[in-house]
Design a protein. Structure first.
Ligand code: ATP
Ligand code: MG
Length: 393
């Protein structure tokens, strides 16, 4: 019944000259997600509007589902688009559309007509009142409500004419690829996939790094992380995942340093390696799923000690979220069920019974001095031997 969708976008409408860049990124992302939907779509723009028009039959629900995964869209409006064959013809299309969509139901409505083309013979006010009258005459069950109507009857006079009465909320955020690239430290937990998704929603493309420690962490733990990367890629686009073997580094720290400092020391090496991979791959920041106070390694003191080894900005979008708030997002983006699968990740294998919660940076640095010499080589080797997987849905 609908030829396709009118796509609404907010923030990107106000970016001055950059607007074209933003619109074009949004269009290519829409084309990308619609490629997996049954049907053939043409995505195009006209000042302030983007259309995803179907050529022939298509999977309506599938298209909506795909479009609700696109960052930068604020509203998805199933649309009837007609040629301008005069006002009487327009009215008969509106009537047909209302009958098909709502039958003889009783509801309140308000007409909202807009003219992008000022040479149309009626102005918006005239259109509003004349279309309103015609609908009232045609459907005895209808009432006008100018303040909070059940249904807005939108009519847009442009090169062609758009008619739509429904707006399905979009994801919001900014189109992918409009804000550079960042490196997500992706573990098998609940928090880091959510963190990656949240930053990406601002238009940032993702790469990811996962540290595993075979044989202490299993192949299934690794597959779980690959699956998480694939799940977030439904929103973020393909994710280049670097899988780093961390076993030697972890064992070496375990042998040389006080065990209560192990987690912090490991996290410092993770950050160093992730930062090196980030720079090599053109990423402009790191992303973690840290949240204040959640575990010993996430107190302000611990975060200080971890952060001290990085010079790239570290983005921590869930830093002030409660666990339940993070879980809510994980449920919404469908990563939760995978995140709670019980496979160990490399932090849990060696954790001390009583890890330091208020690490002193000087004492951490002193412990690290015991590692110099061999550890640089281990880091270089871990980076060199990292396995790369492109995770995509
Ligand atoms: P998550 O639920 O994301 O696993 P967490 O509550 O288990 O987080 P930590 O294990 O302290 O917290 O990890 C904090 C952050 O460090 C994670 O959110 C993630 O960004 C990163 N991280 C931890 N372990 C790994 C790992 N094995 N590989 C990559 N990144 C990791
Ligand atoms: Mg974890």
């Amino acid at each position: 019944m609908y030829q396709g969708f009118l796509i609404k976008y907010a923030e990107i409408g106000v970016k001055g000259k950059n607007r074209y860049l933003f619109e074009d990124k949004l269009i290519s992302r829409i084309e990308e997600v619609l490629r997996d939907v049954d049907g053939k779509f043409r995505v195009w723009k006209e000042s302030g509007r983007i259309y995803a028009e179907a050529e022939g039959d298509y999977d309506y629900d599938g298209a909506i589902e795909a479009l609700t995964r696109v960052f930068g869209i604020t509203g998805i409006c199933p649309m009837v688009q007609i040629a301008d064959n005069g006002f009487a013809d327009l009215c008969s299309h509106i009537i047909a559309h209302m009958r098909e969509t709502y039958g003889e139901r009783a509801y309140t409505f308000k007409v909202k007509a807009r003219r992008a083309r000022k040479n149309y013979p009626l102005d918006s006010q005239e259109m509003n009142s004349r279309i309103g009258e015609i609908l009232l005459r045609e459907f005895p069950n209808l009432k006008v409500d100018v303040h909070t109507p059940d249904i807005w009857v939108n009519v847009e006079i442009r090169a062609r004419i758009n008619i739509y009465t429904e707006t399905i909320p979009g994801m919001g955020g900014m189109p992918l690829g409009t804000a550079g690239k960042a490196m997500l430290l992706l573990s098998g937990g609940i928090d880091s996939p959510v963190a990656g998704y949240m930053v990406s929603r601002r238009g940032v493309e993702l790469e990811a790094t996962y540290f595993h420690a075979p044989p202490y962490t299993s192949e299934r733990a690794k597959e779980k992380v690959v699956e998480l990367a694939r799940l977030i890629s439904r929103y973020t686009g393909p994710v280049k995942l670097h899988i780093v073997n961390f076993t030697d580094i972890q064992m070496y720290i375990y042998d040389q340093c006080p065990h209560e400092q192990l987690t912090i020391l490991m996290r410092r090496y993770m950050m160093r390696i992730a930062e090196r991979l980030a720079r090599e791959n053109g990423c402009l920041g790191l992303i973690t799923g840290e949240s204040i106070g959640q575990v010993a390694s996430q107190t302000l003191q611990s975060l200080n000690a971890t952060n001290a080894v990085c010079s790239l900005p570290v983005y921590r979008p869930v830093i002030a979220f409660d666990k339940q708030e993070i879980v809510d997002v994980a449920l919404r983006i469908n990563t939760y069920e995978t995140s709670i699968l019980p496979y160990e990740d490399c932090c849990t294998t060696f954790v001390a019974k009583h890890p330091v919660t208020k690490p002193n940076l000087a004492s951490i640095e002193k412990s690290e001095q015991k590692l110099t010499g061999q550890i640089e080589q281990m880091v270089a080797e871990a980076i060199e031997t990292a396995e790369v997987v492109i995770a995509q849905s």
